[in-house]
Design a protein around this ligand. Structure first.
Ligand code: COA
Length: 210
């Protein structure tokens, strides 16, 4: 019993820490537009994002799913995953682990397999991450390992036990079946890596002028 309670406490602390990072990242845009002041308390920012920012609730549901799974309630975790599919068309398997600052831009994604996603990763619509099923390799349940600060373009598929390095940009509709080195861009089918990755977060983003 004590072990179970400790497990739940640890999972709860982890969920809170990850959600804090998700909130910080997602709040950047509304703050840039002056929609929320930087001095607002964390709970206010969380509620604002929950009701105003597209797909933030899907990230929250995913965090709850992992909390339940890690706490020893796999069936409840699966139920929350189904709810996420039903509400947002965001289907995430129980074995996917994502670092803080996860951004699922417009939903319609499938993340499955034993997949690892780094911190501050942006996933655009119609993306699939999961197992490879290649007859050239033995069958395994591992999906890709995605580094920190990776931006995955709309429609991209990243499949199999491959590594996507830090700061990589994946082009729209790329099919990535082999490793992509850090700070490269992957485009095409099958994807080829070209030097030059994602711009650092420190670069200031300016809204377009009318
Ligand atoms: C890949 C991308 C990020 C551009 O990256 P970049 O490093 O600036 O690349 P460039 O524009 O310099 O193009 C480099 C080469 O890749 C090609 N390329 C670019 N995007 C491509 C794509 N999605 N598929 C295939 N080839 C592509 C270019 O034609 C160019 O080819 P060349 O070297 O033969 O001339 C961008 O084209 C893209 O696909 N972004 C995704 C956008 C997205 O998903 N937005 C969210 C919508 S909700």
């Amino acid at each position: 019993m004590r072990g179970r309670i400790e497990r739940i406490r640890t999972a709860w602390r982890e969920m809170k820490a990850l959600l804090r990072e998700d909130v910080e990242l997602q709040a950047q845009w509304p703050r840039t537009f002056g929609l929320i002041r930087a001095d607002r308390p964390a709970w206010f920012t969380f509620l604002y994002l929950l009701f105003a920012v597209h797909m933030f609730p899907a990230v929250v549901l995913y965090r709850v799913q992992v909390f339940l799974y890690e706490s020893g309630f796999p069936r409840l975790a699966t139920l929350v995953s189904r709810l996420n599919s039903f509400l947002f068309d965001v289907t995430i398997g129980n074995h996917v682990r994502a670092g803080g600052g996860l951004l699922i831009a417009h939903g319609h994604v499938v993340l499955d397999g034993w997949t690892r996603i780094g911190r501050r990763v942006e996933i655009n619509p119609f993306v699939t991450l999961g197992i490879g099923n290649s007859s050239r390799k033995p069958f395994e349940l591992w999906g890709p390992e995605i580094g920190d600060d990776v931006n995955i373009g709309t429609g991209a598929k990243i499949v199999g036990r491959i590594k996507i390095g830090e700061g990589v940009k994946i082009g729209a509709n790329a099919v990535v079946v082999s490793d992509i080195p850090a700070f490269h861009t992957a485009v095409g089918v099958p994807a080829r890596a070209i030097p030059g990755g994602r711009r650092r977060e420190t670069e200031r983003w300016e809204p377009p002028k009318a």
